[in-house]
Design a protein around this ligand. Sequence first.
Ligand code: ARG
Ligand code: ZN
Length: 877
Amino acid sequence: MDVRSAASAPKQEIRLEDYKAPVFTIDKIDLTFRLHDDHAEVEARSLFKMHGDAGGALQLDGGPFMDLLALEIDGQPVPADQFVKSADFLQIRAVPKTFELGIITKVYPKQNTRLEGLYFSGGNFCTQCEAEGFRHITYFPDRPDVLTRYMVRVEADKESCPVLLSNGNPKESGDLENGRHFAVWDDPHLKPSYLFALVAGDLACQSDSFRTASGRHVELNIFVAERDLDKCDYAMQSLKRAMVWDEEEYGLEYDLDVYNIVAVSDFNMGAMENKGLNVFNTKYVLASPETATDADFDHVEGVIGHEYFHNWTGNRVTCRDWFQLSLKEGLTVFRDQEFSSDMTSRAVKRLDDVRVLRMLQYPEDAGPLAHPVRPEKYIEINNFYTTTVYNKGAEVIRMMHCIIGPEAFRKGMDLYFERHDGQAATCEDFATAMEDASGVDLKQFRLWYSQAGTPKVVVRRERDGEDLILTFEQSCGASPGQALKLPYHMPVRVGLIGPNGGDVKGEIEGDGVWSSSECVLHLRNARQSFRFRNVPEGTVPSILRGFSAPVVLDHDLSDDELAFLAVQDSDAFVRWEASQDLFSRHLVKQVETNGVGHLPELLQQVFVGHLEDKDTDPALIAELLALPSEIALGQKLDVLMPERVHVAREALAKALAGASSEKIIALYHSLTAGHGYTLDQSAKAARRLRNMLLTYIALLPDGEAIIQAHYAQADNMTDCMAALTLIAHSDFAFRDQTLADFYSKWQKNDLVIDKWFAVQAQSKRPDTVARVRALTEHEAFTFNNPNRLRSLISTYSMLNQVRFHEKSGEGYRFLGEMIAKVDEINPQTAARLVAPLGRWGRVEEPRRGFMKDALTSVLKAPNLSDDVRELVEKSLA
Ligand code: ARG
Ligand code: ZN
């Protein structure tokens, strides 16, 4: 079947305000999948109950890529003149009050390159139904507020598909004729269609078990390709840690007899929380010291946790409609962040999360694709699985936690489950539960759900005798469809660092209370002052501790005060932020004046202070030593000047390295000694610092030899990639050979080869755009695998600011071509490539025109998907 010829009419915009509850319920659905080499037959039998009058019509969602083989009501074929079928729905003219609907469809998993619905990956059948994939399997009311009970029978060839999985608990299995066999799965929990899953194939399995707090025995399985069986340990340990954590933190237990995880190599996103049968991108399951970096291990733990936590925040309580997506995603990201903080270092995890938010979400919020955490309209819902819904959504939950406090928050969670278990709920339901549990009015706070854009907060200081007055002004620029914004309720955590470096307190006048060494100020007005009584002269305020609200803060601290906080603050976030501000201030000045200045004494002192700090976690020191990224610096400029940013940053790094070369090299070697590979927090922290030092060493005259040795001696992927990244940036004579050797060593491991592509896409060398283009012709490159596309194309266009924004416009043209090409294969993944081209408002001509030209050329592609069209049109508006 030709996928393209089946294209349907452009989708209409869907609006939150038009939401209507379904007029029927479905008591249960029995599904039978007959899997064959080149197709699958799907028989669905559902018991419908209509709530209106009998004789009304029933409309079901469907897709253009399946054939309808049979349609019956109560066992009788529905006559052809009694139903209409289009590319995306099936309407039956009149249905009785209660009836059994029987449907047989035929689908083509091997032709499904869109990777939604039932598809084929690495020799196995698998499904992805969120958000609207189930409609490509059978005709069904494919919306999250239709919950029903699923019984699933899977039949397939026994030799090619020995493993047959679906949701819930295994019920029955056995042999059939012709070398086929079957398995029946029964899910006792009601669920919406997006949580349905099926996997069939030849998979190896690592098993373990878990006993829940109340004594339920749970079998745990991770299914992977045979060759990957040695890389599942960390995922399994992470799963068990997540299960314990949710019991201890929230009193939430697992609710089935088995928990199955399957790793597939072709996957549009990270992983999927299907009830009892999570399907994961291999990237977030497989990890061994030789193939995965420390960051990869952390991501495995975080994503395993995320999908596990969805069992309550997503599955037991699901979303009423897709506008409520952040109800499950924002909350579950918050939960996985807290889990990772408890498993690793809370301070460093917070920096990592803030960095991601600023690097990905802030640009989204500032550009043409900005939307609220709870969007109000969409054309293609897959385009709203965004960093705003996920990461800003998590910040919204974090702020609630801060405003009402941890005990009330936990009470609110209990109340939320008590009220909504088994239901499809809304963000409003969640906020109400938090409000009722805490007694705190969150009316104004709800603006965080409905208003897009990153608020700006300006804080100014005044002394009045013994008192310190902090005056805050908040504002938020216009976003698409939202010209004016109302003031937010934002929690601002503040401490006061006395002249001797210790925390001091001052009695507050205004809306704030102290707890131990800090207070939470409740900012509610456009302009608001807080008076602290009896604050010693020379006290420096430490503002927005822990990054307590996702805003851009503008303060009036002097360079000396920043340097003081960078060393003295008891809050790790403010310490880091103060260092970053100090570096940024200098660099922005350099960029704006196109200056090549000297190294300011104060910067060097702060840098050396961090190098010599023996009391702080080395992982945090690594971050304190890091210069702000080119992207972070770009965000501080009114007009992005990518080359100047790159040049200024390199110059400062080189000056800092040169001025402290002996200290840097000595610290580097001290971390080398006694550095045996383990995954302990302390060993990971030492590697992080040592590899950060290596980035400075790369800029020293004798750097080349140290990097070569670092690469040669690396006994783990973290150290190996740290060196390879620097080598890929460099002009070292051994550069090309090293990349070639790495490739031949790892060519059988897709996840490692993804790193090989990414490291070249990130190179700051002037020839990068040409090399990236050439890499699309490499034997290992394929347009069919989302991980591969992301590793080369997204890394280049989203993380390599200076090389993407080539003045020739070549980076933009390249991306435009890639979007159109990927769209023919996989619209969801193509759409995820669009955003960088929409940031033309940040650059000047000729770049601006080139970016718009690239977008316009994408629109000219024949058969452009709704996914890409929606984002490109918004990006041009
Ligand atoms: N619910 C999944 C997660 O965040 C994301 C899957 C979304 N997939 C998609 N194609 N939109 O864990
Ligand atoms: Zn999720």
